[in-house]
Design a protein around this ligand. Sequence first.
Ligand code: SIN
Ligand code: CO
Length: 375
Amino acid sequence: MDIHQPLSLLGGLSAAQFMRRHWQKKPLLVRQAIPQFKPPVLRAELFALAAQEGVESRLVQQSQDAWKLRHGPFQRRALPPLQQPQWTLLVQGVDLHSDAVHALMQQFRFVPEARLDDLMISYASDGGGVGPHFDSYDVFLLQAHGKRRWRIGRQKDLALRDDVPLKVLARFEPEEEFVLEPGDMLYLPPRYAHDGIAEGECMTYSIGFRAPARAELAQELLARLAEDAGDGDGSPVLYRDPRQEAVAQPGAIPAGLHDFAREALRRALAEPLALERALGEYLTDPKPSVWFESGPTGVMLEGVYLDRRSRMMYDAHHVFINGESYRAAGRDATLMRRLADERKLSARELARASDDALELVASWCDAGWAHAWAD
Ligand code: SIN
Ligand code: CO
């Protein structure tokens, strides 16, 4: 992607300008971000997805000031009638189930893949919404069908009501208001207050991001480092204390144990590339609901493309795919990085790969992580 090219998706800004001026900073309203937008998922298809096990869905219903929240799956008959006002069905991770939705999300890959989360679709009957709230992550709200009135505000007071089952702001102070029509899009940075209310039947696509929380990331990485931190030949290195003197206060932890513990952690962290490996594996781990169907086995002579559910990234020394890491260097590394960036390689590009790399890619095809395509 040319990050300096003006994009209608971003209202004529280039991706570079958008990231500098708006990302994590201030909202952007784009009229006709996607002109003549035709939503790739019809209402009936969305309802069918919401009925599936392993698809995360929620139903929000409002009557006057009372809110009800239920979690899916929902059979069609469990959803309110379409004519009933003020209900919303939210279906998470639709990009994992629809190639067209996955393709739509690719337009937002001027943000690193490590930060992209999923595409949620909401269906609302007239007057439906999830109440005034804020999100912890950046979001692009693309109007897909019908109209939605958004009110937004910069407020610092993010206190929530404690009498409703969803996160609704106690005191919403909107400053701006826009009605979005199909193809229009609103970008909001994290913690920006907003409320979107359907005007007639409406569908909104939320392109959502993820950002690791520091404490959770430390927990995750330390667990992975600990798993890797074997004691070399397999026999554990035990704490030894031949100079331990007799103690009158047996409850006190010996200072030597503090040193031993600190050294254990230092060694785990000092292992070359262990942290990088753990991070890449963590970031590319498939979501818990994801499973792959194994593909046809055999030698691959055509190009390849990544399955829409595959997560692939790289750093200076590794490539990562679906929670696994591989050391890669030279021409193979260049090719693998290209596969991660473009999510496909042509037959011509693949012809430059070493036998080992070809074998690896073939094993990914066997696992259903990638597929062959004839270009
Ligand atoms: C919705 O689509 O109904 C809610 C999206 C949001 O406010 O984040
Ligand atoms: Co929101």
